[in-house]
Write a protein that binds this ligand. Structure first.
Ligand code: UDP
Length: 326
């Protein structure tokens, strides 16, 4: 798998190992952490964007299926530096697909994003909603999904793309440690620890409490979906006779104020915050329909409550007060 030293990737690597899969991680450690790679997985430090080197690695390690979690994934960065997103996520992604072809690997699961939808017309968003990404990050993921589709038709590659919004929570061993951190839940918990000031980006949206609603999914539920998706790419599995795309979400959603309230009850004290202006590009409500994932992959969120998500994130921070050593 690529990106196994990152947040989603490391928890997915743990789940792969727990499901009995031999797991090889390829990660360049630019945003991931060596310490996040679970014991039992083989780490290769390097990039997936070098076709020949990756083809050799796939052959040497006798890889049967690729879980592609590595990517540049910051919306703001993608707007000021789109070249990075096109070069790594799109051109690098094509190099990965060509390496897979060269090495005879016919199975790919892609950790995509609901950012491919842009601002949806309806919520919960179904998979056949129009794809109108509003930033280069979402566009780069959309482009790679398209490549998966065309490579599938032409070369028989079997693929699943998983589109999800806000990942939250932690396993016992792996949690969220981004630098810089932009996400709401870690920022709220850092404010609870007195490490940073918290700003709520707008409370004048057309939502019940005025703050934005997002679909939060527990990272361990996401890892479970990745394993199910890999199983679905097995040769002759009718579910991937055509490229499969599934949303992952809770079907509901939580507002920024609800997250803060859940964190206050988890940590047992009031968390100070101020209301700031809206953040550019934030739609009021983003919630996905997970009906297809339930029907086709047999997946559903096993940890849908905020207590489970915020509680496990808080527990991980308590056991890793300085994040990962590296
Ligand atoms: N948000 C906020 N303060 C923060 C970080 C995020 O109010 O310090 C809001 C943000 O405007 C959005 C929601 O929390 O409405 C989730 O943002 P996040 O960056 O975690 O994920 P996104 O939805 O952008 O993928």
């Amino acid at each position: 798998m690529t990106g196994g030293a990152g947040y989603v990737g490391s928890v997915s690597a743990e789940a792969l190992l727990a499901a009995g899969h031999e797991t090889v991680v390829l990660d360049d450690l630019t945003t991931g952490h060596r310490g996040a790679v679970p014991p039992g997985a083989t780490l290769h430090v390097g990039t997936y964007t070098n076709r020949d080197a990756l083809a050799r690695l796939l052959e040497v390690e006798r890889v049967e299926a690729i879980l592609h979690c590595a990517a540049r994934s910051l919306v703001g960065e993608s707007i000021v530096d789109p070249a990075r997103y096109y070069n790594e996520n799109v051109a690098g992604g094509v190099a990965l697909l060509d390496a897979a072809r060269a090495a005879g690997v016919q199975r790919v699961v892609f950790s995509s994003t609901a950012a491919v939808y842009g601002v949806p017309d309806t919520t919960p968003i179904p998979e056949d909603a129009p794809l109108r990404p509003i930033n280069p990050y979402g566009e780069s993921k959309r482009a790679f999904e398209s490549a998966l589709g065309w490579y599938g038709r032409a070369y028989g590659l079997r693929s699943v793309s998983l589109r999800y919004f806000n990942v939250a929570g932690a396993s016992a061993a792996s949690g969220e440690a981004h630098d810089p951190e932009t996400h709401l839940i870690p920022n709220v918990l850092a404010a609870a620890e007195g490490r940073r000031e918290l700003t709520v980006f707008g409370d004048d949206y057309a939502t019940p409490d005025g703050t934005c609603i997002r679909d939060y999914i527990h990272v361990s539920d996401l890892a479970d979906a990745h394993i199910r998706a890999i199983d679905a790419t097995a040769a002759d599995d009718p579910r991937t006779a055509e490229p499969l795309v599934c949303n992952l979400g809770s079907g509901g959603g939580f507002s920024v104020r609800e997250i803060i309230a859940a964190a206050e009850s988890t940590v047992g004290r009031t968390i100070p915050f101020e209301i700031g202006p809206r953040r550019v590009g934030d739609p009021p409500v983003l919630v996905a329909s997970s009906a297809r994932a339930a029907e086709v992959l047999g997946w559903r969120s096993e940890r849908p409550s905020l207590d489970q998500m915020v509680g496990s994130a808080w527990a991980w921070r308590q056991s890793h007060p300085d994040g990962y050593p590296d």
